[in-house]
Each structure stands twice: as C-alpha cells, then as structure tokens.
Design a binder for this molecule. Sequence first.
Ligand SMILES: Cc1cc2nc3c(=O)[nH]c(=O)nc-3n(C[C@H](O)[C@H](O)[C@H](O)COP(=O)(O)OP(=O)(O)OC[C@H]3O[C@@H](n4cnc5c(N)ncnc54)[C@H](O)[C@@H]3O)c2cc1C
Length: 452
Amino acid sequence: MSVTRRELLAGGVLAGLFGGRVAAEPTGTEWRNWSGTLSCMPKGRFRPASERELMNFVASTRGPIRPVGAGHSFSPLVPTDGHIVVIDQLAGLIRHDAERMEATFGAGTRLSDLGAPLEAIGQAMYNMPDIDRQTFAGAVATATHGTGLSLGCISDYVSGMRLVTPTGDVLNLSADEDPDVFQAARVNLGALGVVTEITTRNREVYRLKAVTEVRPLEEAIADFDTNAARYRHYEMFPIPYSTYTLTLAIEETEEATSYPEGAGDDEATFLSLVEMLMAGPAFVRGPVIDMLFGETPPSTVVDVSYKALTNVRNSRFNEMEYSVPVERGHECLVEVLDTIKAQGIDVIFPLEYRWVKGDDTWLGMSSGHEGHAAISVHQIASHDYRPLFDAVEPIFWKYDGRPHWGKLHSLGAGELRALYPHFDDFNAVRARLDPDGRMLNPHLRTVFGVTT
Ligand SMILES: Cc1cc2nc3c(=O)[nH]c(=O)nc-3n(C[C@H](O)[C@H](O)[C@H](O)COP(=O)(O)OP(=O)(O)OC[C@H]3O[C@@H](n4cnc5c(N)ncnc54)[C@H](O)[C@@H]3O)c2cc1C
C-alpha cells in the first residue's frame, strides 16, 4: 500500500495511526469529553448570553461550578455533579489595539475563529497548537502550546483577562491590575472562576511553509538540535517499533498558497492495516511499518500561519504528555521508545516530540526554564491506555517531567508542589478567590491537595 503525499501532510496517515472508533456523542444531559473516555451527569448546564448574566448566575446559585470549553482535555478537569458553565456565546473579536498589536476576544472563541478576524486587522498569533478546535479559555487554562524553541505556550502571550470569580464579582486582570491574580490566571485550570475575555499580544500577518518528511529516527534525533535552531517550528512524530519518524519543519515564506496534489482517500485502508497490526504480534509491526513508511516522499504545504500550523484530528485517542528539561529531552524520548518495544506494549500510535520556549507563568509546563521538550504518547480511544501510560509515566518522573494539565497523569499536590516553585502562590490565590471550593472537582482536589 502506498501513502499519498497529501495524506501524509493533511494527517491522513497520522489520522490513520491516530485512529480508532468511538461511540457517538450521547444526547441528554450527560457530558463527555472529546475522546469519549470521561463523562459526568451535571446538575445543569448554564450558557450565559452575557458576562452580567454569568455574574448573576454565579452569585445566585450554590454548589460546584465547572467551566467547560470544547471538552478536548483528557484529564478529568471538567467532570462535576454540579453545574457546567458553557461560554460559547461569549465569543468573537471584541476590540483591538493596532499600536500595541493586541486583540481581545470573548473567552469562548474557538482557536479556529481567531485567525481570520486577526488577519483582517493585520495581526496573527505567534503560534498555534496541533489542532484549533479548543476554546481560547480552555487553551489558556492548560498552557496549551505548539512547537518552536523561540515560541511560548498560548498563555505566554496573554496580556489581559476578565474573570468572573466564584462569588460572582468581575476582575480586570493584567500585569498592572491585580498582578498576582493575573499571574495565576494565565494558566488557571479553570480553578479561579470563569474567564470571559482574553487579550493577547500578536504580531503582523505571516505565511508559513511546512515540509513533512519521513526520516530514519536516529538521524533525526542526531540533527534535531540543529533543525530546532534553524526552523521557526520543528518537531518529530516517532513511530513505536519503527526505525523511522515523521519530521515537520516550518519556516516563514513569501510563497503563494499550495497544497500537495491528490486527495487522500485511503484512510479506511490504512485503518484496516492499523487494526491488523494491533491484532498481530508486536514483533512484526516494526518491519511492516518501516516498509510502509520508508519510501514516503516529502510533502509541502504553504499557507497563512493559522492554517499552516493546525490539523484536523478526527480519529479519537487518549494522551499523556510530560515536559522535561530540553537538554534531557532526547534521552527521555529514547527511553520511552525503548520501553514500549522492550515491554511489547500494544501501541503503534506515533509519539509527538516538540520543544517549547520557557516562560514566566506560575503553572505553565515550561515556566522557569529556558525551554522544555514536550513528549506525548497516545493510545487509540477504543484501547485501554493504562498499560502504555503506566509504563511510561515513571520514566517522565525520572527526568523531572511536568504533566500537561489537559492530558492524563497521576500526580497530586505533593509531587506538583515540588515541580512548580509558584505552586503555593497559585493555591493561595485560588483559596482566596474560592474559599468554599466551588470550582473544585475530585481531580482538582487531588491536584491542589484540598481535603475539606
Ligand atoms: C486532538 C487534540 C489535539 C491537541 N493538541 C494539543 C497541542 O497541540 N498542544 C497542547 O498543548 N495541547 C493539545 N491538546 C490539549 C488541549 O489543547 C487542552 O486540553 C485544552 O485545554 C482543551 O481546550 P478546551 O477548550 O477543549 O477546554 P476543556 O477541555 O473543555 O477545558 C480545559 C480547562 O479549561 C477550563 N476552562 C474552559 N473554559 C473556561 C473559562 N471560560 N474560564 C475558566 N476556565 C475555563 C476548564 O475548566 C478546564 O479546566 C489537544 C487535545 C486534543 C483532543
């Protein structure tokens, strides 16, 4: 079977590998996350049409509240038996400042709805994550990031926010106004209240050229540092059991928009292959995958930044991601791949390996360091993720890894406090704004060590 260039780039092959089936979103009042693994039966859902309506709701009700974005987190940040607050009506461009290159959006805006309005006012986000279905508030809450050693996570660019607190008050936050709460809110896990507006620093509109290649893994690791320094964005998708990896190199260009020829139409064939490989013994996977990938030609896309940076991932999976200090990244990645192979773990889903610039947020995964290497492992949603995640999580701990807040992990307050110098500062702001613990659910109680 051959792999078309377009499929490779547009994610057909990755989507195939990122494959699996999931039950349709159930109707009724049940809430489910994107992967379909998390669910809850909230007491009610509230969809405010305005910030004022939200303030009234919070002030006039009692009991737990969990804000929800697009439900794309894998960690149980949202599930509650209290109220879920959905702010999809608080969306769109609110105002901008051409001189400061800043723009303010409703916090419920999907990332996919930021690019075009920004382009119309001559602005663009510095970076984007792998997909753009998340809400702005959800992405900021978990320090969602893309790749690029000179580029921070989305929270790094936030310069202002409006927050409806758990008592129903509203705060205007920036480095000058309420700086402690602002610092905490830049990566907030939805634990401080409900964010209604977000202001970010942007740059002028730019175009990108993205080249995807299949390369021998050893070679790609050996020149990763050089490429990470050379390109604006550089990342790898190492394939378990294979001696190959996909690499993605992206740089600025003035070239016209172009996509590879040929529509990707054999994802179904690829999915069958994935299922066959998953059903067969682990030792045949490496050679079969190598045969499939080895001859795949490079593929190039050119487009405006927000389109070139993001992908569509239709096939459902669960994910664990840890960020380790950048200088230990390769070693940790190799240990994860070797462990998967040595233990014969049932996975053929590619890993993702990205470098992210350090920042000065309190709870960002790259905070307080020059940069971090983010290593993600994925398991298709129809398979039990525990054998894979249980095997690799202790490896991440050895490398002082910090878990992505939106992805699965098993750490509690004790371990997290040791990883984040500002952990107690955040917790103090959280306890001050939310003395009754309205914003907590069982997962956040574990994360913040709240037992009452
Ligand atoms: C296919 C896929 C690809 C992904 N790619 C990347 C990637 O490239 N890089 C990366 O870093 N992550 C990635 N993620 C993870 C994802 O970006 C984060 O989990 C993100 O938080 C999801 O945003 P959401 O809008 O779905 O929020 P949800 O998952 O619904 O919520 C996340 C958090 O935000 C809080 N929240 C939501 N709205 C508000 C609000 N108005 N006020 C306060 N808190 C709020 C919630 O309470 C919760 O704590 C990916 C996830 C998926 C499923």
